[in-house]
Design a protein around this ligand. Structure first.
Ligand SMILES: [Zn+2]
Length: 495
């Protein structure tokens, strides 16, 4: 959501150069941790809990890395409130709670900013190196950094990227592209196609939004992938019917709609994840899969509490599904964390010691959805009546109508959404739409950007004890590189 176009140098790193560097061992910075030596795992010694937590093997063959984009700790807590009955004397845990292992320090290595964006945050946990905001797996000298997905592919594992955002968005991009700016999305998609490892495309399963970067405007990459054996799918039915081990699924032109607003033809995050697992699972050498609940962040930027809870719920379902998979596939490690916090959400605002998620449960649509509908010219009163499940004060309705009028005036002048005046008017409209639900639920916000607090790390399966404690966000990648180094399933044919 943040715009880095003007902040960063425009130097493009040619795909071919990147491919050469990535494939040439000597050229690439490779993070490594202390080494997941044998005996690291306390399986069988610390009772049943450890057996549950660590699984049956010492070193994972498969890794499912889950990113709740923007999922700061306040969202994890708020979501626990949200899932419980009002006034519950003892709150039931969320699917995440049981697997909390530690926290991540998220700060980037940026000369100007010490709060991270998703590009620097993603690069840290994909490659093991901190870098500047906006960097897609390149260091501060714009040199490519090898990702854990690339390592997996080198070892003959299958690979997947699943997201509710565009597939070219920062978090998926850091695993399979090397670009000096996250805004170069055409270039990122081109690298997905052009840069190969051992003669193969880096990513076997790509599911998410962003069809515009794979279509006509960007050299018909979709058709090229199809020629190379990938199924192309655009809705849930096609996804379920897909037979090939390789698939490119794009379900919207840009970001996918939030789960509360999505048409039923769209797959949910858990549907995409399950489809990915069913394909990657076939490879005896194992797999690496990244699953991103991207729209937690997308909804938090405009302070849309309904949208955030919708996406937390979608991410929880996907997390539970990977835990279920890892319980029956004991050589699988599941990690879930966040790249940073977004919005500075507080649980209770004003003088009351109270947060009321019941109001949020009554909502039928997110604030983002209602804003988009009204901004596209629909009648404000109709949109609000259909989207709101709680009382919307008439004085506030007047403010929404006025904000809609102001926005329309700018649109009539021919200004598009990139115009700062249009952006400001849209924000004003969205704030007016969301005020009643933020008030009724007592939800506070401090920013439309990111915040710097440490984020939670959850893990289950072999190697999960490596994620204990307060760590740098680079440690996840270092651990995964070590796991793959010690992996017997995929290392037999390596020299
Ligand atoms: Zn963000």
């Amino acid at each position: 959501m943040m715009n880095f176009i003007n902040k960063l140098s425009k130097t493009t790193i040619a795909s071919s150069m990147v491919a050469a560097s990535v494939l040439g061992v000597s050229n690439i910075s490779h993070a490594s941790g202390s080494g997941a030596g044998p005996g690291e795992n306390a399986q069988g010694q610390q009772g049943q809990d450890d057996a549950i937590a660590f699984g049956n093997t010492k070193n994972p063959k498969n890794v499912i890395f889950m990113v709740g984009d923007g999922m700061g700790p306040s969202f994890n807590t708020a979501y626990r409130y949200y899932k419980n009955q009002p006034g519950a004397k003892k709150m039931n845990p969320t699917a995440f709670d049981k697997y909390l292992k530690g926290t991540n320090r998220t700060y980037p290595n940026d000369p100007k900013e010490n709060v991270t964006d998703s590009a620097a945050g993603g690069t840290a946990f994909a490659t093991g190196h901190k870098t500047y905001n906006g960097a897609i797996s390149v260091d501060n000298n714009k040199k490519p950094l090898k990702s854990v997905l690339e390592q997996a592919k080198e070892q003959g594992k299958s690979t997947g990227l699943v997201t509710t955002a565009e597939l070219t968005d920062a978090t998926p991009a850091v695993y399979a592209a090397h670009v000096d700016s996250r805004d170069k999305k055409d270039e990122i998609a081109q690298q997905f196609y052009n840069d190969k490892i051992n003669g193969q495309h880096k990513v076997d399963v790509m599911l998410g939004g962003g069809s515009k970067y794979f279509g006509k405007e960007n050299g018909h990459l979709d058709k090229k992938f199809k020629k190379d054996g990938y199924d192309l799918v655009n809705n849930k039915t096609q996804l379920l019917n897909s037979q090939s081990d390789k698939v490119l699924g794009t379900f919207s032109e840009k970001d996918m709609p939030l789960q509360i607003d999505a048409p039923s033809k769209n797959p949910l995050l858990v549907d995409m994840e399950q489809s990915a697992l069913s394909k990657l699972d076939k490879n005896k050498k194992g797999f690496f899969l990244m699953v991103e609940g991207a729209s937690i962040d997308k909804a938090a930027h405009p302070n849309d509490v309904t949208g955030v809870m919708s996406e937390m719920s979608g991410f929880e379902k996907a997390f539970q599904n990977s835990i279920d998979y890892a319980k029956t596939n004991k050589d699988t490690l599941v990690i879930a964390t966040a790249d940073h916090s977004t919005g500075g959400m507080t649980i209770a605002k004003g003088k009351d010691y109270k947060w009321d998620p019941e109001a949020i449960h009554k909502m039928k649509h997110s604030g983002m959805y209602m804003t988009k509908e009204i901004a596209s010219g629909k009648d404000p009163e109709k949109v609000i009546n259909e989207g709101y499940g709680i009382n919307f004060p008439s004085k506030q309705m007047d403010k929404v109508k006025q904000a809609a009028k102001d926005l329309r005036k700018l649109q009539k002048e021919g200004k598009d959404e990139k115009d700062p005046k249009v952006a400001a008017a849209t924000t004003k409209l969205q704030n007016a739409i969301q005020k009643p639900i933020n008030d009724a639920s007592h939800t506070g916000w401090t920013t439309n950007g990111h915040t710097g607090e440490d984020v939670n790390t959850y893990a289950y399966g072999p190697g999960s004890s490596k994620f204990k404690g307060n760590m740098e966000n680079t440690q996840s990648a270092k651990n995964i590189f070590d796991f793959f180094k010690n992996d017997v399933a995929s290392n037999q044919n390596q020299q």
